[in-house]
Ligand binder design. Structure first.
Ligand code: SF4
Length: 380
């Protein structure tokens, strides 16, 4: 399998990567600051790498059965890859359209040593379509004004588009696990202007580690976040109380809105500071007033299931006593049957429990709720 696809895990990382552009365009010196921290691979990153391998293999024509012979690939990955293949096919208008998978693109005319890998690229007539396959479930990623997608598009234009008279670029994000498809369209003229006027000067500063540290939403995945003074100031300033001239200083609704808007950054900053502090304590360093200890014990579990069965059998218990058969969950049925078939076959007998109320920005599509409305519904 590995010989037939690109080695996704070994995709090289540039100092000014396309995936980090959201951050270094807003805070140019963050690129150099991030160099002080090791590249940390998470289990989610490994899962994403595997999912990309499966997606590329399926789009290239490999069969699900061949893929599922490999333990590291799951039925869910294969099912999503099949949907991804269908999505790419839907974008094609003719069999003559040029489809390129996992293509390294070079955007170094705008960003020093800038390169990236496009998951899928389609050239049909004067339209270039760049498709990014995202396997994450954390947040829906938008293609609108997305600098990562734009840099891939610049690289694709640089390598292919100008020779092929491309005039328009479409950028698609395909994020199947949370049903997110986001698209944006830009003219080649506008994209090139963005590259020259916005990206080029900032990238030159970032390359030299210059520019101003500027904190904001882009700090959430910055490797320097746990030790960044600029981010600490930003988080403090958000919770600084302005209404102190009142006898009882009270936050105004607008101040509460400011805090809610910054909540993801503040929460992630606190998590990152805590994780970094734990690492330092475990390394034997000192954080005044704190120490690392063993956490609470986890839930009990069987050390050896076959021994448990043996012991119970020896004591006269039958299989029905110590095992239980359970119907698979709707998610398990999706895996078994594929999402589409599961929905057709079992949609009418599937329900969802209503979720607890939660706060979201007012741009969210769900209707607003109040306690009074919930009571009225219950009464009905
Ligand atoms: S944490 Fe934020 S402000 Fe600090 S270097 Fe990173 S991106 Fe810049």
């Amino acid at each position: 399998m590995k010989e037939q696809t690109h080695d996704h895990a070994a995709r090289a990382h540039a100092l000014l990567s396309a995936s980090g552009a959201h951050r270094w365009l807003a805070c140019p010196p963050s690129a150099a600051a991030a160099l002080r921290y090791p590249d940390e691979s998470s289990e989610y990153a490994t899962e994403g790498t595997r999912a990309h391998e499966v997606a590329e293999a399926i789009v290239s024509g490999m069969t699900p059965d061949d893929l599922l012979e490999h333990d590291e690939y799951t039925v869910e990955m294969v099912n999503h890859a099949i949907e991804y293949k269908d999505y790419i096919e839907e974008q094609r208008t003719s069999p003559d359209d040029l489809l390129l998978l996992e293509t390294r693109v070079d955007f170094s005319p705008w960003v020093p040593e800038g390169f990236g890998t496009c998951d899928a690229m389609l050239i049909r007539g004067n339209v270039l379509t760049v498709i990014d396959y995202k396997y994450g479930v954390g947040v829906p990623v938008s293609a609108v004004d997305n600098p990562q997608m734009r840099l891939y598009a610049l690289g694709a234009l640089n390598d292919y588009g100008i020779a092929l008279d491309v005039e328009t670029v479409e950028m698609h994000i395909y994020q199947p696990r949370i049903h997110n498809i986001s698209t944006d369209t830009i003219s080649v003229d506008k994209l090139l202007r963005w590259g020259e006027k916005v990206v080029k000067p900032i990238a030159a500063k970032a390359w030299e580690g210059k520019g101003t540290y500027k904190a904001g939403d882009h700090c959430r995945f910055c490797p320097h976040a746990a030790k960044c003074r600029a981010l600490a100031h930003y988080c403090e300033s958000i919770v600084d109380l302005h209404g102190s001239e009142h006898a009882i200083p009270t936050l105004t609704p607008a101040e509460i809105a400011d805090i809610l808007t910054a909540e993801p950054v503040i929460a992630s900053w606190l998590r990152r500071v805590k994780a970094r502090a734990l690492e330092e304590l475990l390394d034997g360093k000192e954080i005044p007033g704190f120490k690392a200890v063993d956490g609470r014990l986890g839930n009990r579990q069987w050390a050896d299931e076959s021994r448990v069965v043996e012991i119970l059998r020896d004591n006269g218990y039958g299989e029905d006593d110590y095992t239980e058969r359970k119907l698979k969950s709707p998610a398990g049925m999706d895996e078994l049957l594929g999402k589409k078939t599961a929905a057709e076959m079992l949609g009418s007998v599937t329900v969802r429990k209503p979720g607890s109320p939660t706060i979201v920005p007012d741009t969210d599509r769900r209707p607003a709720v109040t306690k009074a409305e919930a009571l009225a519904k219950d009464y009905d």
